[in-house]
Design a protein around this ligand. Structure first.
Ligand code: HEC
Length: 190
């Protein structure tokens, strides 16, 4: 009796630490994919803005971001996307229930003083479609983002017109620098 209790305690401990190891290993691997994606996207955006102004960069953002995400998904076999609670592109950016929960918790953690760069979530989840590792890394709004995601006065008229025609259901405005715009989300089948 005693022996089996000890054995099950040891087994439980082993399972917990194996889970913790998986989580940190999977998180490191996901971060190594998410970070360059965010950096390359920001660089492409900046380049487009400096070459043709924010109005032309709208098109770059529309074409480049989903293409980069799609390429990474093909290469890794993981689903990579950018999600938000207030989306510009509802087709690609709408958060599912798990993602919504994490985005809400990111906003709370930010309000409690946590730095945007450290806001991450990682969990192994069992869903009807199967088991997967899910990872999210917050995307904070930088000062350079307000020309397309900021207040009414911050978005130039030509950008507003372009956004209105390409994204009639746009909700992704009214942000200020330092707020959480959304997150990179990775779903890796296990
Ligand atoms: C030139 C205009 C422009 C700038 C500047 C810009 N964005 Fe966007 N953003 C867009 C467009 C257009 C989309 C929709 C892309 C698509 O169709 O997938 C978008 C979508 C997003 C999304 C995906 C979720 C959603 O709402 O669809 C995130 C996250 C995002 N932007 C964050 C940022 C951040 C952070 C910055 C600053 C580093 C930034 N954006 C700068 C135009 C811009």
């Amino acid at each position: 009796m005693k022996k089996s209790l000890i054995l099950s305690a040891v087994l439980a401990l082993a399972t917990t630490s194996a889970y913790a190891e998986d989580l940190s290993q999977y998180s490191n691997e996901s971060r190594a994919v998410a970070m360059p994606f965010m950096k390359q996207l920001a660089a492409a955006n900046q380049k487009a803005i400096s070459e043709g102004g924010p109005e032309s960069a709208v098109g770059v953002c529309r074409d480049i971001a989903p293409k980069m995400a799609g390429d990474i998904s093909l290469q890794t076999g993981w689903k990579l996307s950018r999600v938000s609670l207030k989306v510009r592109n509802p087709l690609l950016g709408t958060a599912d229930a798990w993602e919504q929960k994490q985005l809400q918790s990111f906003a709370e953690r930010l309000a409690q003083g946590e730095k945007p760069e450290t806001l991450e979530a990682a969990e192994i989840v069992q869903e009807p479609a199967g088991k997967s590792f899910r990872f999210m890394k917050a995307i904070a709004l930088q000062p350079g983002c307000v020309s397309c995601h900021g207040s009414d006065e911050q978005i130039p008229a030509n950008v507003k017109a372009k956004l209105a025609s390409e994204y009639p259901h746009d909700q992704a405005t009214g942000y200020s620098a330092g707020q959480i715009r959304g997150a990179v989300s990775i779903k890796r089948p296990l």
